[in-house]
Design a protein around this ligand. Sequence first.
Ligand code: PLP
Length: 410
Amino acid sequence: MSTTTSHAFHHAPMDACPFMPVFGPPAIMFDRGRGSELWDSDGKRYLDFLAGLAVVSLGHANDTVAEAIGDQAETLLHVSNFFANPVATEAAVKINGLLKDATGHSGQVFFTNSGAEANECALKLARKHGGRGRHTVVSALGSFHGRTLATLAATGQPAKHEPFAPMPDGFRHVAWGDLEAMRSAVDGSVAAVLIEPIQGEGGVNPATDEYLQGVRSLCDEVGALMMVDEIQTGFCRTGRWFGFEHAGVSPDVVTMAKAMGNGMPVGACWARTEVAAAFEPGDHGSTYSGTAIACSAVNAVIDTMQEIDAPSLAVERGAQLVDAVRRLPGVVGVRGRGLMLGVELADGLDARRAYADLLDSGLIVNAVNPRTIRLLPPLTVTSDEVDEAVAMIADALATQIHEAQSGAQQ
Ligand code: PLP
């Protein structure tokens, strides 16, 4: 078995792959990236319109982030959480600054290594804050909150629960976007509502402003926490620093990961100070919480996003992309905000086939459901790269339309 071919494991027997089979056989081996571009081991170039699933928002091999990580690696990688380090302290202050601007409240941060762990922290905080007898967390059908047992239980996708039953207790799911359904689920036993401003894995389904405002009011009525999962939407992806800002609501707890490290595995759970006060020493922890090397990337990401005005880039390039894609034959609608977009295909067209054809032509997208292509390019994507991607999508859809028409004529 070669580990250097670009299609390393695609046609190999399952046991020839060194990874557990949870992702299916990896299709391509990438060994280099720059900005929105990736190169496989055969030297073929791709445009990455998925950004490693909303992770490398500042592009691959970003110079500032690379330099920060490199310098930090030569200074201090890690100290235990018995002690502080200046890098995590700076990152926590920065994140709190962003969220103070966005919510009007000051808060505190717990750093994690992933999005699921950020939500896990939020779920434990909700239970501790709610107290005994008030531990239920309500989330939406179609949501995605992670793969640990508790975050999987919060995830509103029953098919993903089934193989791992029984799920942890204390989770309730309601129809997405339906405020009446939310109202009937949010009672005095509810510790928190956990919600994505735009469901990402669920198909790029934006919440309306009224829905998020309604959830905030319902939480206030019963004294439950409003917890927003910004793991995919956060860090400027939707054209604001956080997705909830579009609705003008002020959540109690915000979770984030993905783009905050631009590829460095790091996440965080932020909570208003009065809410965070429910935690006491020993209630939660993680060896790598606030490790200096990860936080060096967070500081570089926040500084760079502020410097380049990343929210405006998401708005401008997003508008260009939506405007071009929605005119393409075979496209019936475009959902989302900024550079988090779901392109809905016409009846009879197949998003999975489009994904495969686009990969062949050198464009990485994702078929988030059988009819929807998800686009999440780096926020630094250029106008020319957007044009190039749109041309490839046009070709891929034209091929399917042509085949469908010739099939119908036979
Ligand atoms: N929440 C949302 C909204 C996500 O999109 C994801 C990942 O896709 C997660 C949580 C889980 O994050 P991670 O894969 O880093 O654990």
